[in-house]
Design a protein around this ligand. Sequence first.
Ligand code: NAP
Ligand code: GDD
Length: 363
Amino acid sequence: MATLRYIGKRKRSRPSERLNGLPANDSTILRPAGGVLHCLPMTIRRALITGITGQDGSYLADLLLEKDYEVHGMVRRSSTENFERIAHLTHRVTLHQADLLDQLSIVDLLKKVRPQEIYNLAAQSFVPTSWVQPVLTGEFTALGVTRMLDAIRLVDPEVRFYQASSSEMFGKVLETPQTEKTPFYPRSPYGVAKAYGHFITVNYRESYNLFAASGILFNHESPRRGKEFVTRKISHAVAQIKLGLAKELRLGNLDAERDWGYAGDYVRAMWMMLQQPKADDFVIATGESHSVRQFCEIAFSHVGLDWRKHVAVDETFLRPAEVEKLRGDSSKARRVLGWKPEASFDALVRMMVDADLKRCAHS
Ligand code: NAP
Ligand code: GDD
């Protein structure tokens, strides 16, 4: 029997035409090793990413495309398009409008796309905003997970589901380093919402036998990180100060410590979790923690500047309740998934500063 290999899909429509769903003819073209073309029903893997316009969504889309997945992204409607992070791949993914707040939109989306894997990355992910909009944060970040899981139960309980859980759930940590067994003590409405999202994922796995995995990811950063998060705020300010476009950087708690890794390494772990024989929970972390101050030292010194001359502490950036220190133990992921981070902390800081220098110099 001839072996078939995937050589491509039929010509794609423009992204704007695809926004409202898949085009009518959704067959995949396969060519036998010998050369004759056959049109067969879809045999390649199809994934749906919620939050595809975010940092992780964009890296995950890159990874899945590399692995020859057909990638679909859920995007919410806004008055202006927010596709900067996926601009390089909009012609290779299919975008659909739906919202975590709208159950019917999620059910319809699953019926239309029929993914085998769903990565639920969409969330209100900025911790300070969760005190300003606690109810909305709960709606997106907590109940949004239940909406997605219920849609899976209704449409296709065979789907493999990944939930983006967070080290923020450990909050006021009860042990160090934190593992899958460390109890949660969240310190923000965001952390509370993520704890709900984690437990509902575990509960639907146990109640309905869904393949529902929860990745407890520690902070991960990249040049695509939003500018409100501390690492990117620093790398962007360093570039601006170096180029003479700014003089000062105002920050909150310089003593806070995080276990910072590189987002590209962390999306690999998400994919690995969905390739396992059974769904489980995994901590993903580097095992090292560094302070905000250390991040500043490395970032400024990378461009020959002394951070102490440019950084000022501004109390407006302090939080009502702080997570002082996080450090994860990812030995389970290393053992079971074979995952390990590739990028070091120093390399991550330098990568972010270099990217911002390039971007600021060009604009
Ligand atoms: P991000 O850059 O803030 O991206 C969040 C994404 O969610 C965006 O695409 C956003 O769309 C989308 N979104 C928000 N509300 C939505 C709604 N109601 N309906 C549909 N989409 C919505 O976050 P990230 O850093 O990539 O993180 C990805 C996920 O991992 C999040 O769930 C986050 O909480 C979690 N997490 C992140 C880290 C980390 O260090 N990065 C660590 C642990 C867990 P718009 O573009 O329209 O805003
Ligand atoms: N954002 C910000 N801005 N944080 C600051 C600042 C500042 O000016 N100054 C000090 N910090 C400190 C914060 O108080 C916090 O302790 C630490 O820097 C990291 O803040 P963020 O970069 O905003 O990240 P986060 O740890 O609160 O949350 C991120 O990581 C979580 C995983 O632990 C987000 O990506 C969450 O979505 C994610 O779940």
